[in-house]
Design a protein around this ligand. Structure first.
Ligand SMILES: Nc1ncnc2c1ncn2[C@@H]1O[C@H](COP(=O)(O)OP(=O)(O)OP(=O)(O)O)[C@@H](O)[C@H]1O
Ligand SMILES: [Mg+2]
Length: 274
C-alpha cells in the first residue's frame, strides 16, 4: 500500500505545485513507484511543469467517475519511468461545492480511486488547490501525510496554521484519524530573515504548532527553468540547494534522519537564520 501524501495550503502561490512536482520526481529517482495527481480542478498546471505536450485524453475526474481505467489516465514522464502523472481536467467550472461535484466526489468514489492508486505505487501525491473543494475534503480523509507549504511571511504562516487546524476539524467531524501534518518553509531567503523583513525560523516555529519537515531556499534559476518545463534536477549541475532541500524532504519521508540544512547552503551561518 502506498503512502498517501497531500500538498496543500489555504494560501495561493506558495509553491504547492512546485513542491509536488519536484518531490514526486525526487522520490521516483530514489527507486520508488510514484503517482502524482493534479487535483487543482480550477487551475491545473502540473502538466506544464512535467512538460506534458500531448493533450491527454483522461483526467482525475474521469477516473473517479469510472469513465476510464486508472491505467488509461496515467501519463509517462520523460526520463523517469517510476513516475506517473494524472492531470486535472482542462476545464472544470463546477469544481466548487455545486451539486455535480457533490455527486461525483462521494467518499466511496474518492476512496475507490485512492485505493486503486495505492495498489500501484509506493507514494501517491496529490497537488491541491488553495481553496478547499469537495474533492479536497474527501482526499483529506484518506491522507497519511499532509505537507503544508508556506513562505516565511506572516500571512503565509498564518494560512498554514489555519490549514492545519481546518484539516484536524474536517477529520474530527467525520470521526477520522487526523493525518500527520508537516510544514515546508519554501522560498526561504536568508537575506530577508537576517534583515528582519521576513520571519526567521525561530519566529516561524513560535507562530505555528506544525512540525517542520523541510526548508527549501529561494531559487531564481529554478523559476527560470520551470518556465521552460524543466524540473530542478534536470537543469542544475552540480545539484542546486533547492534540489538538495527537496531531496532532504524526500529522505525524511522515507524515514531517514537528515539534518535541517544537509547539503543546503542558504547563504549565512545558520545561527543568523534563527
Ligand atoms: N523555492 C522557490 N524559489 C523561488 N520561486 C519559487 C519557489 N517555489 C515556488 N516558486 C515560484 O512561485 C510561483 C508559485 O509557485 P506554485 O505554482 O508552485 O505555487 P502554488 O502554491 O501551487 O500556487 P497555486 O495556489 O496557484 O496553485 C511559481 O512562479 C514558482 O516558480
Ligand atoms: Mg498549484
Amino acid at each position: 500500500m502506498a503512502q498517501i501524501i497531500l500538498v496543500t495550503s489555504f494560501k495561493g502561490g506558495v509553491g504547492k505545485t512546485t513542491v509536488s512536482a519536484n518531490l514526486s520526481y525526487c522520490l521516483a529517482q530514489k527507486a520508488n513507484k510514484v503517482i502524482v495527481c493534479d487535483c487543482d480542478l480550477e487551475s491545473r498546471c502540473l502538466d506544464m511543469l512535467f512538460k506534458i505536450k500531448k493533450q491527454t485524453l483522461f483526467n482525475v475526474c474521469d477516473v473517479i467517475a469510472e469513465k476510464c481505467a486508472v491505467e488509461s489516465a496515467l501519463c509517462e514522464i520523460e526520463n523517469c519511468e517510476n513516475l506517473k502523472f494524472i492531470p486535472a481536467p482542462a476545464f472544470y467550472p463546477e469544481a466548487i461545492q455545486d451539486e455535480k461535484s457533490v455527486d461525483l466526489f462521494t467518499e466511496e468514489a474518492v476512496g475507490r480511486f485512492v485505493d486503486k492508486l495505492s495498489e500501484m505505487a509506493d507514494y501517491v501525491i496529490f497537488d491541491l488547490p488553495a481553496r478547499p473543494d469537495v474533492l479536497y475534503k474527501k482526499l483529506i480523509l484518506r491522507a497519511d501525510l499532509i505537507l503544508t507549504v508556506s513562505f516565511h511571511t506572516a500571512v503565509s504562516i498564518r494560512a498554514a496554521e489555519k490549514t492545519a487546524i481546518a484539516i484536524s476539524e474536517m477529520c474530527e467531524s467525520e470521526n477520522r484519524r487526523v493525518p500527520d501534518v508537516r510544514l515546508i518553509v519554501n522560498a526561504f531567503h536568508s537575506g530577508g530573515a537576517k534583515k528582519g523583513s521576513n520571519a526567521g525560523l525561530y519566529e516561524i516555529l513560535e507562530k505555528t504548532k506544525i512540525p517542520l519537515i523541510g526548508v527549501i531556499p529561494y531559487d531564481a534559476e529554478m523559476v527560470k527553468q520551470q518556465e521552460k518545463g524543466n524540473l530542478a534536477d534536470e537543469c542544475t549541475s552540480p545539484k542546486s540547494h533547492f534540489w538538495n532541500a527537496i531531496n532532504n524532504v524526500a529522505d525524511r519521508i522515507e524515514g531517514r534522519n537528515v539534518s535541517l540544512f544537509n547539503n543546503v547552503n542558504v547563504g549565512y551561518s545558520n545561527n543568523k537564520l534563527f
